[in-house]
Write a protein that binds this ligand. Structure first.
Ligand code: MRU
Length: 339
């Protein structure tokens, strides 16, 4: 496979590396990924995370495996299924791996799995710059944008999804400010988005998730932008837990709410949000916090916990979808034509 370099994922000197996002921003650690099974663990523990990047990371792991081990067709299918099922909610794992399998079946050549991984990596970056250009047109000089979770260059091979739009608007010289939801329980906003905004030199304010509604009421927020893990064909969107609440609050306060995602996030088999499987994660994540410093527990040890990692925002609460082809108000089959 050729060399491929992005902020959090790279294939270099014939080896696959993942930036350990669980250690950011305290420590920069690149993990050498030796096998697809190790990649499954890396994805499940969120060392690599974010919908687009987990898909690309899985695709590179499959390509690396195929090139180095020359497996049988059955072994390829087994490994592909393990990668697809590493996490359930984001569509990107199945999208990327299925692209590779289709190319393999069509050509009967294992090298097609490798070429498809390279194409997916390069295509993802292009899609993000297109979204950034479209989305930045919405952002006016002087605006404050609220965002949730982490959607920057750490989760794509390019500039990012929602955070990519924000960074691009800043690069255009617009004077903007960002409100960053800390994003409990795993703090992707506080740890990763705040870090990426500092690197980009964009002024921001960090808030706890439960401060978003009041910030809107106080007139501090002009628009909300988030990414998406899976978009159903009726326009419902699964994204990081807390997104639905933000959309409800934005609707109540008459604040535009935008989803930024490449067309590859639309699941054309998924009729509506109710059929999206929502990942539930370990109780310890809510009883306290797990970080570079280890596990800290502040609740009673045996507290009963509910820990859905994602929620679904109904289409009716979404002002527009910023896709790579442009901004649309709804999702419909005409998008399929060139998707
Ligand atoms: O659990 P995570 O950190 O992988 O969740 C990431 C998100 O929910 C992002 O908002 C999403 O993937 C869309 S933007 C890349």
């Amino acid at each position: 496979m050729k060399s491929l370099i992005s902020k959090a994922l790279k294939f270099e000197n014939n080896a696959l590396y993942v930036l350990n996002q669980q250690k950011l921003p305290t420590e920069i650690e690149w993990i050498h990924c030796h096998s697809p099974m190790q990649m499954v663990e890396i994805i499940q523990s969120l060392k690599v995370r974010g919908a687009p990047l987990i898909g690309i990371a899985a695709a590179l792991a499959l390509a690396d495996f195929v090139e180095k081990k020359k497996p049988t067709r059955e072994e390829i299918i087994t490994i592909a299924n393990l990668l697809i099922n590493a996490r359930p909610t984001a569509v990107n794992l199945s999208y990327c791996i299925e692209q590779q399998l289709q190319a393999y079946h069509a050509s009967n050549d294992m090298q097609a799995i490798v070429h498809t991984a390279e194409q997916l990596f390069e295509e993802d970056a292009k899609l993000t710059y297109a979204m950034a250009e479209h989305g930045a047109k919405l952002i006016q000089d002087g605006e404050t944008i609220l965002t949730h979770c982490n959607t920057g260059a750490l989760v794509t091979t390019g500039i990012g999804t929602a955070l990519g739009v924000i960074i691009f608007a800043h690069q255009q010289g617009k004077n903007i400010h960002v409100y960053v939801d800390e994003t409990r329980p795993l703090l992707q906003g506080a740890r990763l988005t705040a870090w990426e905004l500092e690197q980009a030199g964009i002024p921001y304010t960090l808030i706890c998730d439960n401060m978003a509604a009041y910030s809107m009421k106080m007139g501090r927020i002009d628009r909300v932008m988030t990414g998406a893990d899976r978009i159903a064909i009726n326009g419902d969107v699964a994204n990081k837990i807390g997104t639905y609440g933000l959309a409800v609050h934005a609707h109540y306060h008459n604040i535009p709410f935008h989803i930024v995602a490449p067309e590859t996030t639309i699941d054309w088999q998924c009729q509506n949000g109710e059929s999206i499987r929502i990942e539930e994660r370990a109780h310890q994540e809510v009883r306290g916090a797990i970080g570079a410093f280890g596990q800290v527990t502040w609740s009673p040890e045996q507290s009963h916990v509910y820990n859905p990692a994602f929620d679904v925002t109904p289409a009716g609460l979404i002002t527009s979808y910023i896709l790579s082809r442009g901004i649309v108000k709804s999702i419909d089959k005409t998008l399929l034509a060139v998707a």
